[in-house]
Design a protein around this ligand. Structure first.
Ligand SMILES: Cc1cc2nc3c(=O)[nH]c(=O)nc-3n(C[C@H](O)[C@H](O)[C@H](O)COP(=O)(O)OP(=O)(O)OC[C@H]3O[C@@H](n4cnc5c(N)ncnc54)[C@H](O)[C@@H]3O)c2cc1C
Length: 414
């Protein structure tokens, strides 16, 4: 038995039989074939920042930490080939050496690139897709131990990639098609961003939300349930900042004003560990879902909620299991609402009570955060559900990459 493994928030833990950390593809293939022969299962893990048991296993846990770094960059063509265990922070620094950068990032940069992509990690911005939408190709080792290139790595042009089924399945696949060993990412020329974080009253945000979303490259806000204050965070190319900024005495205060490379300015440090539930909902400039959540929190949960509620936006994309996948919402962007609760405080009663509001507003859950949906409820939310699982079964016919949680999530018998 290996040592007990615990995720970042502390709510998921398990003891694998072994933890393997291959240094190259050859070792990985040998390991997968051996596991298959032994009747064992294998789960890859990134940095363990998900708070669902999507990486749990009592057999072989796979760390990709020894397969890290940028392999190749074509700045003019706008792509970079990277190894799966590359941490997002290192990735930003290494891409910058080649004069390129990721289009957008999430709230932190602790994750490994393959882990972040596999659950559709996103930042904020109505025209900016999640990280998975920047995956234009790569290589995975499937459940039979075969090396399978997809997307541009299989000769599909970037223009055709929206109709490449294997790519669209691989973009958000929780390591169930295979282990990603190389990821080809669409990148942009390196650029600076100007971050402004303001504290203001939530009423000002509600009144000005539509304009804030439309005029900023990226905008999100936190609502602090106990005080009714909000933190509005904007990111723009320096010189492109809109005129509208929070106002209203005595609440408004500029908390942060910083300019720098995007990979330094977008992510934040998170010392407080927390549990989180996040749903992707149809974009709505009137924030009806948020207003309903706020009413309910104020009526029932104010005393128990230690932290904040976060609202962001994301552009639609084409990944089959992306929770911002275009077909389901006719190409419209999404807004997300996330409940954050200190991991030292109870979260279940609070999350369980609010989750039905997300369902009423046609939400789809974040795959790496707390939710209670299973296959029967999830399948109707994903027009490509069956197509995805057909591809998954062809890539992993013997279920080498499955665990109990995934069987339930996919609504499949063991
Ligand atoms: C503090 C914090 C902040 C966060 N901020 C955001 C945010 O701003 N936006 C957002 O959308 N999410 C956010 N998340 C969620 C987080 O980005 C996702 O849960 C992400 O998947 C975690 O990446 P990871 O490297 O830790 O992967 P893990 O959680 O370790 O794994 C995630 C999935 O990737 C699979 N996987 C890992 N490596 C491979 C591989 N090589 N091949 C195939 N599959 C693989 C695993 O099997 C698993 O299914 C946050 C989480 C925390 C704890």
């Amino acid at each position: 038995m290996a040592e007990r493994v615990t995720n970042w928030s502390g709510s998921v833990s398990f003891t694998p039989e072994t933890i393997a950390a291959p240094k190259h593809t050859g070792q990985l293939i040998t390991l997968l074939k051996r596991a298959g022969r032994d009747g064992a299962t294998v789960r890859p893990m990134g940095s363990g920042h998900s708070s669902t048991p999507i990486f749990s296993t009592s057999d072989v846990l796979l760390s990709l930490d020894n397969m890290s770094g940028v392999l190749e960059v074509e700045p003019d063509a706008g792509w970079a080939k990277v190894l799966p265990g590359t941490g997002l922070r290192d990735l930003g620094e290494q891409l910058a050496e080649h004069g390129v950068a990721m289009e957008n990032l999430g709230d932190v940069d602790y994750q490994a690139i393959a882990g972040a992509i596999s659950t559709a990690t996103h930042g904020s911005g109505i025209t900016l897709g999640n990280l998975s939408s920047t995956l234009i190709g790569g290589v995975l080792i499937n459940g039979l131990g075969e090396e399978v290139p997809f997307g541009v790595d299989a000769g599909v042009s970037p223009a055709e990639s929206v109709s490449d089924d294997l790519l669209r399945a691989a973009q958000v696949s929780f390591g169930t098609l295979g282990v990603l060993t190389s990821l080809t990412l669409r990148v942009e020329p390196a650029h600076h961003l100007h971050r402004l974080n303001w504290i203001t009253h939530i009423d000002w945000v509600l009144e000005n939300y539509a304009e804030l979303v439309e005029t900023n490259r990226s905008m999100d806000f936190y609502w602090y349930p106990r005080s009714d204050l909000a933190q509005v965070r904007t990111l723009n190319k320096p010189g492109d900042e809109p005129a509208l900024t929070p106002e209203g005495e005595p609440y408004t205060e500029l908390k942060k004003d910083v300019t720098g490379p995007n990979y330094e300015v977008i992510p934040n440090d998170r010392m407080l560990h927390f549990e989180e539930m996040e749903y992707m909902l149809p974009f709505d400039q009137d924030l009806a879902a948020f207003r309903r959540v706020r009413e309910r929190v104020k009526a029932k949960h104010r005393a128990e909620v230690g932290w904040r509620v976060l609202v962001r936006t994301i552009a639609a994309d084409h990944a089959m299991l992306s929770n911002t996948e275009a077909e389901y919402r006719q190409g419209s962007p999404s807004m997300t609402i996330a409940l954050l609760q200190n991991n030292t405080l109870p979260f279940k009663r609070y999350f369980d009570d609010i989750e039905p509001i997300f369902w009423q507003f046609d939400g789809r859950p974040h795959w790496g955060k707390k939710h209670t949906l299973k296959g029967a409820e999830l399948a109707p939310l994903y027009p490509q559900w069956d197509a995805f699982h057909g591809i998954r079964r062809s890539m992993d016919p013997d279920g080498l990459f499955m665990n109990d949680y995934l069987h339930e999530l996919f609504g499949e018998e063991k």
